[in-house]
Design a protein around this ligand. Structure first.
Ligand SMILES: C[S@@+](CC[C@H](N)C(=O)[O-])C[C@H]1O[C@@H](n2cnc3c(N)ncnc32)[C@H](O)[C@@H]1O
Length: 322
């Protein structure tokens, strides 16, 4: 089954709704063609897979058992933190993650300290995280960060040239004669990590009396990340504004969402809200986006709004195409 948590009115998810049979919850981050999800299904667990590639999700939907496996098209670390209560996950598997070898991309790696803290908070006591990689430095860094965190112990570090998980990338590296590194971490201590979105989902919207201001396309930096606005599509009195909202919570776990804002006639003037097709998490920066659009099109005269303006705002004009 495919789950779209963006439209849920409260988080974390009550997984019993999707898996009526009470079994351990296990997660795979970056399942690729979904081969290992089938192995996890065979273990008798309730399986949840995260992928950022739509193509991979579509392929895996054709092969998984929909009673045993739930798939989500989203960043796995965000998913683990936002969709699971503390101490609810038995195991997290990561097979051949992108290594992000350059230093400037190091915060994107999946075994940094803040991400290990997120895994530890959502794992049950003695729950495990298993990494398979072809990159020795990545395996060593994951093991070192885990030990330094004091949240995990490294219970296995295996180097092999034999197939362990049978995934596409494992096969690829073995065919090239590479060795595979397996790191198994066990949770030893608990840590509490709050989710970012919060329990209550607010549907942001604003009422403006008149559209007498101008929307400025460009990049806006807020205290929480960035908002990009493009030129609106206009149809009579109505507007549709394409935007990109990035909520950076400063630990290398940022969420980027494409959002459409609609402005349409209303009995008190105009209503500014998320377009009906904008299936997004209502994050702080998405709320800031509604304020930003309402503020600009009304020339600072918002009549009513259910969210706060961002505390800091910096504007950079959109670059012209030359
Ligand atoms: C090198 S491939 C490995 C695929 C598969 N695990 C295998 O062993 O064949 C890495 C996969 O992770 C996915 N991915 C990368 N970062 C991710 C993230 N933060 N959350 C979920 N999936 C991610 C990519 O889309 C890609 O499919």
């Amino acid at each position: 089954m495919l789950i779209k948590p963006q439209s849920m009115t409260s988080l974390p998810i009550n997984w019993e709704v999707f898996f009526p049979e009470s079994k351990p919850l296990v997660i795979e981050i970056g399942f690729g063609n979904g081969k290992f999800l089938k192995t996890l299904e065979g273990s008798g667990a309730n399986v949840i897979g995260f992928e950022v590639s739509l193509l991979s999700v579509e392929k895996a939907l054709k092969t998984v058992d929909h009673r045993k496996t739930a798939l989500l098209l989203m960043d796995g670390v965000w998913g683990v933190r936002e969709l699971f209560p503390e101490k609810s996950v038995e195991a997290i598997y990561v097979n051949f993650p992108l290594p992000w070898p350059h230093r400037k991309h190091s915060s994107r790696r999946l075994f940094t300290l803040p991400k290990l803290q997120i895994y530890a908070s959502r794992l049950v006591d003695k729950g495990v995280v298993q990494l398979q990689t072809d990159v020795e430095a990545y395996a060593q860094e994951a093991a070192k960060n885990a030990e330094d965190s004091k949240l995990f112990s490294v219970v296995d570090y295996t180097v092999t040239n034999k197939s362990q998980v049978g995934t596409k990338y494992e096969q690829k590296w073995l065919n090239q004669g590479k060795r595979i590194y397996r790191v198994l971490l066990r949770k030893e201590h608990h840590i509490s990590v709050p989710n970012y979105i919060g329990k209550e989902v607010i549907m942001p919207h604003a009422i403006v009396q008149a559209k007498n201001g101008t929307l400025k396309a460009g990049t806006y930096r807020t205290t929480l990340g960035t908002i990009k606005l493009w030129e609106p599509f206009e149809n009579g009195q109505a507007m549709l504004i394409p935007s990109m909202v990035s909520d950076d919570d400063f630990i290398g776990v940022s969420l980027q969402q494409r959002v459409y804002v609609s402005v349409s006639p209303h009995k008190e003037g105009f209503i500014v809200k998320l377009d009906n097709h904008a299936d997004v998490f209502k994050t702080e920066n998405v709320k800031a986006l509604i304020w930003l659009v309402a503020n600009q099109i009304s020339n600072g005269a918002i009549k009513r709004i259910n969210v706060q303006p961002p505390s800091e705002l910096e504007y950079e004009p959109a670059r012209e195409f030359s």
